[in-house]
Design a protein around this ligand. Structure first.
Ligand code: GDP
Ligand code: IMO
Ligand code: MG
Length: 423
């Protein structure tokens, strides 16, 4: 078997887009299995940057089959806009497939996302407002509309009418909002259906055949482990399972179809939106990382919260995803810092906490226990071999490897796919 899953090991934005692009150069298939247009992946090729939300990050290789699996919540408007933008950059979609079972994000999902965030007030999650939570909620509630339903005009009309009737009652009576217009939405989405039809198929069967034929299949993660609905910092999480286990359900394959699992982590930590973040830096070091690392969201443009690397959350990522290797990305923004810290554990009431707490109110009381490392001043963006890195940077990587008990096989030193060290 020749398959690999690539998963975010922190709170997202670890640089998954770059590593998918690297892995896709030798892949026959790239399969996105979870999340939706909340994701924002960046692929940099020379002076060109591609921003991807729903289209798999292997799309720049015309021979590679790129699949949007059943576990993705598909926003037809966003995906078609994204395709139009990419087409202007010369990207072709002859090898793009979308699963018939993928649930469709509709205007009421975005409306509910917005209204629920306002209603939560100080407890707002800080979602991307892309309708992700409400769409997955409808899927669980068994009232969702899938691509297969959207493609059947009569079935779509029936399901949409029923849902809009219900959603409008909640929008007006609970939130005091404006009702949505059925006819307008129906006509608009029937138009999208026509454009999506050529890409629709049972992608689970395609992936299964590819795995059986020993093709190189890369499962593309979105979001990150700490945003997982079960294992993350609930309720400050997304509404899907952006972990290896989630890729099986979301790509329609069994766990034995995934041979290796590569986790992507930054050499420090970032987070967008609300929720606990033990190693967060509210000082000039945090501001420095945001500045030098250009830590601003691809999807919403929001400034990312920045902090030191946290080995406790990386150990959680190793465990939950069954990581077989780790890429430590964005090592270059650490250049110039006198001292670099890594949280190796947490302390609570004088006791050592080794495992990530389930209760976020306990997590908020935890103090990180830091190990300190000497920094380096050299520009490392041209390093291509581990031995080229300053000794202090090598020591930092080896210490991470030891603290998280997972081999670090790649190190990112710049946004371009060439700016990577393979060990
Ligand atoms: P993703 O969501 O995990 O794909 O990550 P994002 O694209 O949201 O954020 C990663 C950002 O860091 C993007 O702007 C990338 O171009 C950039 N990036 C990726 N790898 C590196 C690296 O090694 N060094 C630097 N300085 N930037 C990087
Ligand atoms: P990529 O794939 C970083 C965060 C949001 C918010 C929480 C819930 O680019 O790594 P949602 O809209 O999903 O209901 O928001 O999850 N979030 C991300 N943060 N990177 C992402 O994706 C994210 N997708 C969702 O900021 O805190
Ligand atoms: Mg991102």
């Amino acid at each position: 078997m020749n398959t690999i899953a690539l998963v975010g090991a922190q709170w997202g934005d670890e640089g998954k887009g770059k590593y998918i692009d690297i892995l896709a150069s030798t892949a026959d298939y790239v399969v996105r299995a979870t999340g939706g247009s909340n994701a924002g992946h960046t692929v940099v090729r020379g002076d060109k940057a591609y921003k991807l939300h729903l289209i798999p990050s292997g799309i720049l290789y015309p021979e590679t089959v790129n699949i949007i699996g059943n576990g993705v919540v598909l926003d037809p408007k966003v995906v078609l806009q994204e395709m139009d933008e990419l087409a202007k950059q010369g990207v072709k979609f002859d090898n793009l497939l979308m699963d018939l079972r993928a649930h469709i994000v509709l205007p009421y999902h975005k409306e509910f996302d917005e209204l629920a965030e306002i209603a939560k007030g100080a407890n707002a999650i800080g979602t991307t407002k892309r309708g992700i939570g409400p769409c997955y909620a409808d899927k669980c509630d068994r009232i969702g509309i899938r691509l297969v339903d959207l493609l059947d005009e009569n079935l779509f009309a029936q399901k949409l009418k029923q849902n809009i009737r219900l959603k409008n009652k909640i929008i007006t009576a609970v939130y005091g909002g404006k009702p949505l217009d059925y006819d307008e939405i129906y006509t608009e989405y029937c138009g999208y259906a026509k454009r999506l039809q050529p890409f629709a198929c049972d992608t689970g069967a395609v992936v299964y055949d590819a795995v059986k034929a020993d093709k190189r299949v890369v499962f593309e993660g979105a979001q990150g482990t700490l945003l997982d609905l079960d294992s993350g910092t609930y309720p400050f999480v997304t509404s899907s399972h952006p972990i290896t286990g989630g890729f099986c359900a979301g790509a329609g394959v069994g766990p034995t179809a995934i041979k290796e699992c590569l986790g992507i982590a930054k050499s420090y930590t970032t987070r967008v939106g609300a929720g606990p973040f033990p190693t967060e830096l509210d000082d000039e070091v945090g501001a420095h990382l945001r500045d030098v690392g250009h830590e601003y969201g691809v999807t919403t443009g929001r400034a990312r919260r920045c902090g030191w690397l946290d080995a406790v959350i990386l150990r959680l990522a190793v465990r939950i995803n069954g990581l077989t290797s780790l890429a430590i990305n964005k090592l270059d923004p650490l250049s110039g810092l006198k001292t670099i810290k890594v949280a190796v554990g947490y302390e609570l009431n004088g006791k050592c906490v080794k495992d990530f707490p389930a209760d976020i109110s306990i997590l908020e009381k935890c103090t990180p226990v830091y190990e300190e490392f000497e920094g380096w001043t050299e520009d490392i963006t041209s390093c291509r071999r581990f031995e080229d890195l300053p000794k202090a940077a090598q020591k930092y990587i080896l210490a991470i490897e030891k603290a998280v008990d997972c081999p670090v096989t790649m190190i990112g030193v710049g946004p371009d796919k060439e700016q990577n060290i393979v060990r």
